[in-house]
Design a protein around this ligand. Structure first.
Ligand code: FSX
Ligand code: SF4
Ligand code: F3S
Length: 363
């Protein structure tokens, strides 16, 4: 990288942002990567001294949902991430060039930034010949080549992490996760179909700030974002614990906040940050909007039973509640439920106000 290239801080100033905005951005970043406010100075120091990190984003068998989610990240705002922390050197979706020009651009970038770039991969890799040929070369070949001199390899999305939708039965292309092709190379998995934008930017921010990979669980997922099940932080959890379940999609209790377990919710077996970070800048997430979690960040989620059929038993919880018998019991508990409900409504309202405050601060 050229010596005279500006630091991340300098490039922020060059774009007309003030130091005050820069420090706000550092505080937001610190929160995103799981640090407390007092540590935002650490982030500021790193961004004052470090230069932008080149990123190469490859697409294999995917629906472009991961790219779409990423370029809509709002916290930290994508313009600060893309233009100030990283230099997105190659990404087909945002590329003005096409065809051979694009292939050539990729080759130039691979050479120019060898050993320095972060490789992000979206989509699964087909095992069967004849699928995903780009510029006359197989997707697997291109992936191996790009991974060889990468500083870090990030699998963004359920497809590159686990195989995803293309791997669903009968898996005609022989779709497999990128780990099947990149044996022996450490890969950070950021699953989700697609992943939450702020989780993706948070992982990049961690690498840029600390110059090291984030701590992961045994499946290679960053602990900061995948340590909890949706069920652990769900806004309907109090209703689950009280045994209050929505019985159908047109059940008025669904709107009132009742648990979606009986409608097939996979929150009890799904690890992701949706319930904590929510989507679209913290606005909502599937369960809050009335749809059961379909477990989109888990391996083989497409084949793990029908989305709207619930497990016969409640898995991995300490509870002794049987959702089948609770429908009737819940009627008797209705009077008791009113008090609990009021408390929860107040809590939800308080949370919404907090979210609103957060939003105002980000303006
Ligand atoms: Fe799509 Fe990405 Fe799902 Fe897969 O996301 S949102 S099919 S994870 O590879 O584009
Ligand atoms: Fe939330 Fe689903 Fe768990 Fe019910 S089963 S509390 S809706 S995650
Ligand atoms: Fe996916 Fe469930 Fe979140 S379906 S988006 S992991 S709430």
């Amino acid at each position: 990288m050229k010596q005279d290239e500006p630091t991340i801080y300098e490039s922020v100033l060059q774009k007309g942002y003030s130091r005050r905005t820069f420090l706000k951005m550092c505080a937001a970043l610190a929160a995103t990567i799981g640090l407390d406010f007092s540590q935002s100075g650490k982030v500021a120091h790193a961004l004052e001294t470090k230069k932008r990190v080149p990123v190469i984003w490859l697409q294999m068998q995917d629906c472009t949902g991961c790219s779409e989610s990423f370029i809509r990240s709002s916290y930290p705002k994508v313009e600060s991430v893309i233009f100030n922390m990283i230099s997105l050197e190659y990404m087909e979706v945002l590329s003005a060039a096409a065809g051979f020009q694009t292939e050539e651009a990729e080759q130039n970038v691979l050479k120019k930034y060898a050993g320095e770039y972060i490789l992000i991969v979206e989509g699964s890799v087909p095992k069967e010949a004849g699928y995903l040929t780009i510029g006359g070369r197989s997707g697997g070949d291109l992936l191996r080549e790009a991974a060889e001199h990468a500083k870090a390899v990030l699998a963004f999305g359920t497809c590159s992490s686990w195989g995803g939708i293309a791997k669903a039965k009968p898996n005609p292309t022989g779709a497999q996760p990128i780990s099947a092709v990149l044996k022996g190379i450490p890969i950070i998995r950021v699953p989700g179909c697609p992943p939450i934008a702020e989780v993706m930017t948070g992982v990049i921010a961690h690498i840029v700030t600390f110059d090291q990979l984030p701590e992961t669980d045994m499946l290679g997922r960053p602990k900061a974002f995948f340590r909890h099940r949706i069920h652990d932080k769900c806004n309907r959890r109090a209703y689950f614990d009280a045994g209050l379940f929505a019985e159908s999609f047109d059940d008025p209790n669904l709107k009132a906040g009742y648990c979606l377990f009986k409608l097939g919710c996979k929150g009890p077996t799904t690890y992701n940050s949706c319930a904590e970070m929510r989507w679209n800048g913290g606005v909502s997430y599937p369960i809050q909007s009335g749809n059961p979690c379909i477990g989109c960040s888990e391996a083989d989620f497409w084949d793990n039973g029908p989305f709207y059929t619930h497990y016969s038993k409640i898995p991995l919880t300490q509870t002794t509640i049987n959702p089948e018998t609770w429908g009737a019991a819940a009627v008797g508990a209705a009077a008791l439920g009113v008090g609990a409900h009021a408390g929860i409504t107040a809590a939800v309202k308080h949370h919404k106000e907090k979210q609103q405050d957060k939003g105002d601060q980000n303006e």
